[in-house]
Design a protein around this ligand. Structure first.
Ligand code: ZN
Length: 356
């Protein structure tokens, strides 16, 4: 039995040695020099968060239930989650590591880029660091609503998914001209699950996420534009919110969300609200202000709503409704290139107003 056990230990050690090379590397953070054992996993170099906290005189706590790991150093709090690239700083700023925090044998490993590129900003001054890890250009993730078998609303021979994609491409071109980096969740007529849309923003460390849709109402007199930001208030009698949540991707969405523990959900929600809600509201206001002026029809304003596409994104985000497919006048306008360009210009300008 003992021999079998030893054999098993040797096998595990061999396996570990074959996938991770350990070596000692010197670091210097805010004038504090130290050496740490590093492990190469894949193409990235990692150190133990525990070793790091010891080396820089910090403290490390781990919530067994939520699996959140908090590093406190120089009066700053850094919160990590296993398998996530996001780091929450002082419960306020969310930054993204180039690699996710990894758990190996109960030890949490963080990429050395955290020590070399992020930590120095916080160790030497009390001011805030960079909002995103990569580059100075702000990253905007644009989401053209619906796609593939999910046509969205339909009217006058038009599908919401096609209008949304057309306008989103125009917004992308305009933002790129303005000097922003842009990623589109879809650039063709494909179906994407709702959580995958916000995952694209989260994984790439987006500065903002904007989802573009076309509205629909039983009352054909309803016209114009509105913009949603995430709010705890769920307006149950709202037609579009219900339609979005109960559409074909509703199942996938509920499955993902219910696989998290209740406590994890409440912590994530709380963090999300704290970090992004005010910013999302501001973003929605900036975009709606420009859009209402350009698109005409009724200015239906900004509205808080508990929409999953917004709920699952970690950065400030909003959902834009550029007009009603059910309204004759809106529909006629949305058929023209000139109007779609005008709407795209307004959205791009609103995004610029927010980001500057
Ligand atoms: Zn829609």
């Amino acid at each position: 039995m003992r021999r079998v056990f030893l054999g098993l230990v040797c096998f595990v050690l061999l396996l570990w040695a074959s996938c991770a090379e350990a070596s000692l590397r010197a670091f210097d953070v805010g004038g504090r020099a130290f050496k740490l054992e590093t492990n190469v996993l894949g193409s990235a170099e990692f150190v133990s968060l525990y070793d790091l906290s010891q080396a820089i005189g910090g403290s490390l706590t781990c919530d067994e239930w939520t699996r959140c790991i908090e590093l406190r150093v120089s009066g700053k709090s850094f919160r990590f989650m296993p398998s996530s690239r996001a780091v929450l700083i002082d419960g306020d700023d969310c930054i993204y590591l180039p690699n996710a925090v990894t758990e190996v044998k109960g030890d949490a490993l963080v990429t050395t880029a955290f020590i070399t590129s992020i930590l120095p900003d916080y160790m030497k001054s009390s001011g805030k660091g960079k909002s995103t890890y990569s580059g100075n250009k702000k990253l905007v993730v644009l989401d053209a609503g619906h796609g593939g078998h999910d046509t969205g609303c339909r009217g006058g021979g038009l599908n919401e998914k096609d209008i949304a994609l057309d306008v989103t491409r125009r917004v992308r071109d305009l933002l790129t001209e303005m000097g922003y980096r842009v990623i589109m969740t879809r650039n063709s007529d494909v179906f994407l699950e709702l959580p995958n849309r916000s995952d694209i923003a989260n994984k790439n460390g987006a500065d903002i996420f904007v989802s573009i849709h076309v509205n629909d109402a039983a009352n054909t007199a309803a016209s114009g534009t509105e913009t949603y930001y995430l709010s705890k208030v769920q307006v149950d009698n709202d037609y579009h919110a219900r339609r979005l949540e109960s559409s074909s991707y509703g199942y996938e969405l509920r499955k993902r969300w219910s696989s998290l523990t209740t406590k994890m959900k409440s912590i994530m929600r709380q963090q999300h609200y704290q970090t992004t809600q005010q910013k999302s509201q501001l973003l929605a206001e900036k975009v709606q202000k420009r859009l209402a002026r350009a698109a005409g029809g009724d200015n239906r304003g900004v509205k808080g709503k508990n929409l999953s596409v917004l709920r699952n994104s970690y950065c400030p985000c909003c959902l834009v409704e550029i007009g009603f497919i059910s309204n004759w006048s809106d529909l006629k306008k949305m058929k023209t290139s000139a109007h779609k360009q005008k709407v795209a210009q307004a959205i791009a300008q609103g995004i610029k107003d927010y980001l500057k």
